[in-house]
Design a protein around this ligand. Structure first.
Ligand code: UT7
Length: 335
């Protein structure tokens, strides 16, 4: 019998800072609107010529995580890469990481669960470790949103929210069964698939040859979000799935030392914080600086919280996410 634990964490965000005022210059929005509705003050965008892609950012975060885990890259038995913005339609980002890091020919899995992608990835890694099959798994969440957003006023409800960046974790075998990843809880509800989606690049359209090249009015090539519906579902599902994880482990909300919510909207995080009676010290938010980095959001926030000394041995750490699919999930960790 084995448990699994996070043995190393890393993050990378592009240097290029885009403030709300910067966006106000190119679309009809304002710093006040964005801060009031989302809490976001600025986000990072890849800049032309900086060499970043979704895979490259993930690799930069992964190198830090591997070093902090104290293992050699060739000790990695599996790569799991979560993103909704892969470098290529296929193959996925995992193989690009394997090649760039020159890791032996280990397996690579891509996970397509958007904002819940990192939770789904951790849950997958955890099972491979607990089964005894693998000892060290590299999990990456990375997004290049800025390459695919509508920067006209038409796209403002979505575009102001999202940012670029990556986070990574090494998940390793743990012999002490009282420590590490205690459980993960995953859900989906596909009836809402089109309420937060990017429909345009799909194989049905290729087959039926209904694709139009360079049509500026074809908004199906930009992400669509039914914002209020997503918001309402998010606050319910976040709360439910955190409670599910606590119940599974006979924990009470006041035993949470650190909650890392997916950074979708500061108002969602604050609602969840209040619902569970947590203080500001028990929740780590950084959406103010990075916006919503989807699969990157939880590993970036987790890395930051850990770097700032907010997570210590023995702490109960709760990760929770909700997003496109709809999919949602939580992971309960004893650090
Ligand atoms: O990570 C995946 C999960 N995602 C989420 O959880 C996001 C959940 N949803 C939200 O966070 C919020 O719904 C948003 C932040 C996306 C939008 O906030 P809202 O309070 O729901 O605003 P709204 O969409 O109802 O729009 C209100 C008004 C509209 O104008 P009218 O129709 O009232 O005249 C919008 O056109 O605000 C307008 N608006 C904007 N105005 C300035 C929408 N986007 C903007 C903008 N700047 N960027």
């Amino acid at each position: 019998m084995y448990n699994s634990r996070i043995s190393g964490l890393g993050m990378y965000v592009p240097e290029n800072i885009v403030t709300n005022d910067d966006l106000s210059k190119i679309m009809d929005t304002s710093n006040e609107w964005i801060i009031e509705r989302t809490g976001i003050e600025e986000r990072r965008h890849i800049k032309k010529g900086d060499g970043n892609t979704t895979a490259i950012m993930g690799i930069k975060a992964a190198k830090i995580a591997i070093e902090r885990a104290g293992i050699d890259k060739d000790e990695i038995d599996l790569i799991i890469f979560a993103t909704l913005s892969p470098d290529y339609y296929f193959p996925g980002g995992g193989v690009l990481v394997q090649e760039e890091l020159k890791i032996k020919t280990c397996p690579a899995i891509d996970i397509r669960n958007q904002c819940s992608g990192f939770i789904y990835s951790i849950a997958t890694a955890d099972q491979f470790i607990k089964s005894g099959m693998y000892k060290n798994i590299l999990v990456i969440g990375s997004e290049n949103h800025s390459g695919g957003l509508d920067f006209s006023t038409r796209g403002r409800a979505v575009t102001v929210i999202f940012g670029d960046g990556a986070g990574a974790a090494v998940i390793s075998r743990e012999e002490d069964l009282t420590k590490g990843i205690l459980s993960s809880h995953l859900h989906s509800e596909g009836k809402f698939a089109k309420d937060l989606a990017l429909i345009g690049p799909n194989t049905n359209r290729w087959v039926n040859k209904i694709i139009k090249d360079n049509d500026p009015d074809d908004i199906s090539y930009y992400p669509y979000m039914n914002g209020q519906l997503v918001f309402k579902n998010a606050i319910v599902r976040f709360s439910e799935v955190i409670m599910e994880g606590l119940n599974k482990n006979n924990l009470q909300p006041d035993q949470i030392d650190m909650l890392i919510p997916h950074q979708a909207n500061l108002r969602i995080s604050q609602f969840v914080q209040k619902k569970f009676g947590l203080s500001d010290d028990q929740v780590h938010n950084n959406i103010q600086k990075y916006g919503n980095t989807t699969a990157g959001s939880i590993p970036i926030a987790l890395t930051e919280a850990w770097q700032e000394g907010k997570i210590n041995s023995g702490d109960i750490v709760v990760l929770a996410a909700f997003g496109s699919g709809f999919t949602w999930g939580s992971t309960i960790i004893k650090w």
